[in-house]
Write a protein that binds this ligand. Sequence first.
Ligand code: FAD
Length: 390
Amino acid sequence: PPAFDPADPLGLDDLLEPEDLAVRDTVRGWAADRVLPYVADWYEKGELPGIRELARELGGIGALGMSLEGYGCAGASAVQYGLACLELEAADSGIRSLVSVQGSLAMYAIHRFGSEEQKQEWLPRMAAGEVIGCFGLTEPDHGSDPGSMRTYAKRDGSDWVLNGRKMWITNGSVAGVAVVWAQTDDGIRGFAVPTDAPGFSAPEIKHKWSLRASVTSELVMDDVRLPADAVLTEVTGLKGPLSCLSHARYGIVWGSMGAARSCFEAAVDYATSREQFGRPIGGFQLTQAKLADMAVELHKGILLAHHLGRRMDAGRLRPEQVSFGKLNNVREAIEICRTARTILGANGISLEYPVMRHATNLESVLTYEGTVEMHQLVLGKALTGIDAFR
Ligand code: FAD
């Protein structure tokens, strides 16, 4: 057998095709140039300057709507999209969030549920990163239970009039198009809302201590009048937004392992160079136990992500399986980051190292796209046949 590779202890790269490795290298290289040198500073300032330029560059490397077909999208495999998410989140969860929301939520919704005209209008510019999208489902009073949303779209002749508020919306203040989910007389429908429509505003949410290098906003819709063709024609009901979320969650299964890998690498570096009691701290059994456990969970998580990716590519991935992956990988990623934090001692809390930034980012990742508890309930229902949501 080939020599043991500490960076790939299970030999998981053997599962990848040359084209997969090429995608991974491209995204890793882009993140190394365009994110890693600056991200601690963005994080400290709580901003993502140059987000429009970053979006265009991400479009240029084919990372936006990456696994969608046509309309300027790359048509990549699910595994390739996952690898891209991993590399982006190894830089910062905020950058991966930008890409997830653009591709898996906003573009995916239009691609899957929009009319041909809507696709032509929005998707090519979104794939190129010229238009940023956001996805408004969560409201101030309705998070885990989006079916109870209050935002309402009422018909007025052939127009729609939209009223309500959305909360915690990634990319909101920089979006050119907002995919907004609203109650109608016929059930929940999605709308592609141009953000320059009168009555629409998207104030940015400040004072976040997580995902600081990411734009998060409120959406305020006050009698926003939309033409008849703003509604996403092909879906009614909660299954619309939920199927978009399932796609985005799949990216998080991979992405969270990127944040974990970054922290693991920082911990190994530190453990092999930092000395106490006259020897590297990586020479103490307690530190080695931590590193071994971190490596086991990291590479198990990547293997799980890969397995789900292959199922998605084969059209065999169930939403319950995505819940399985999201629940496990984000929970384990946060544990890996926290353990890395302990290995770095006091330096673990400094922005000079990536560990605390990733750990605090993952607090959001643990909550958005379905909290841990929601995924436990999804699996609990699938395992018992009993619905414990309410
Ligand atoms: P709640 O639903 O109020 O839950 C609070 C707690 O109660 C959680 O622990 C939850 O698991 C628990 N709980 C709730 N119901 C049950 C139950 N039946 N049984 C057991 N426990 C329960 N949303 C969007 O629509 N678009 C976005 O782009 C977006 N981006 C986000 C970015 C960030 C940085 C963050 C933090 C959030 C974002 N969200 C977005 C919102 C996110 O999806 C919600 O925060 C999430 O769905 C949880 O909703 P909530 O915060 O209202 O919590």
